[in-house]
Write a protein that binds this ligand. Structure first.
Ligand SMILES: *Cc1c(COP(=O)(O)O)cnc(C)c1O
Length: 230
């Protein structure tokens, strides 16, 4: 059960985050209407997502297809916009195409080929994708390297169903958000080169203001909205 206290907590957190988005945008002369808040709802149960919708959340980010499946079916595809923000394994691609509005974690030509083929099979006319970029060359992280990005972009230009809408990054973690700024800045430069009006999905609870200063159009915020995850 979500009690009144929990609903108030969500409402207040959403207002705080929205205010910070506006402040960060104003600081650099940007229009905050162009910045979309993705509420990262992974690990939180359906009733919390419902309460978040009541409190004004419109877009949810989930990192696992399997976990998202039950949530999206319960809450309804149409009642929110659903973004996949975690690595997509190829055996989950079909389910992901059925469930998500946006796949933010496209990281290889092979995955793009698979998604395009599945969209055609399922008569899904258009699927929004962001390319996840690995700028730190962290072997442990997913994402396509800058070196391999041109081949992915080239393939996406030939796709009928996949809509190449922008770039996404999960930078290395630094306590000090200023240390993340160079990653955000670099992602923006790459975007300006290959897709000038494309989305930039960057920034999480502890660094989304810096990301907005550097041009983020989608910020993925979990903890600052829902509280600490267990
Ligand atoms: C969990 C997660 C977030 C949200 O992180 P918080 O620090 O809780 O805001 C953002 N992006 C991705 C890809 C995540 O997995």
């Amino acid at each position: 059960m979500v009690d009144a206290e929990a609903k108030k907590f969500l409402r207040e957190n959403l207002v705080k985050v929205q205010d910070k988005i506006k402040q960060a945008a104003r600081k650099v002369g940007r229009n905050s209407d162009k910045i979309k808040l993705v509420a990262v709802s992974k690990t939180h149960p359906n009733e919390i997502l419902r309460a978040a919708i009541e409190a004004g959340a419109k877009v949810f980010g989930e990192n696992k297809v399997q976990e998202a499946e039950g949530k999206i079916e319960e809450i309804g595809r149409e009642n929110a916009e659903w973004h996949l923000i975690g690595h997509l394994q190829k055996n989950k691609a079909r389910r992901a195409v059925q469930l998500f509005d946006v796949i933010q974690t496209l990281d290889s030509v092979a995955l793009a080929e698979r998604l395009e083929r599945i969209c055609k099979e399922q008569k899904r006319e258009s699927l929004s994708v962001l390319a996840q970029i690995d700028l730190a060359n962290e072997a442990t992280k997913n994402g396509i390297s800058e070196k391999d990005l041109p081949s992915l972009v080239k393939f996406l230009q030939t796709c009928e169903c996949l809509k190449f809408d922008g770039l996404m990054i999960i930078p290395p973690y630094f306590e000090d958000a200023e240390k993340v700024r160079p990653f955000f800045r670099r992602l923006r430069e790459i975007r300006d080169d290959i897709l000038p009006n494309g989305e930039l999905s960057m920034g999480m609870s502890h660094d989304f203001q810096v990301a907005i200063e550097e041009g983020a159009t989608l910020v993925r915020v979990g903890t600052a909205i829902f509280g600490e995850r267990n």
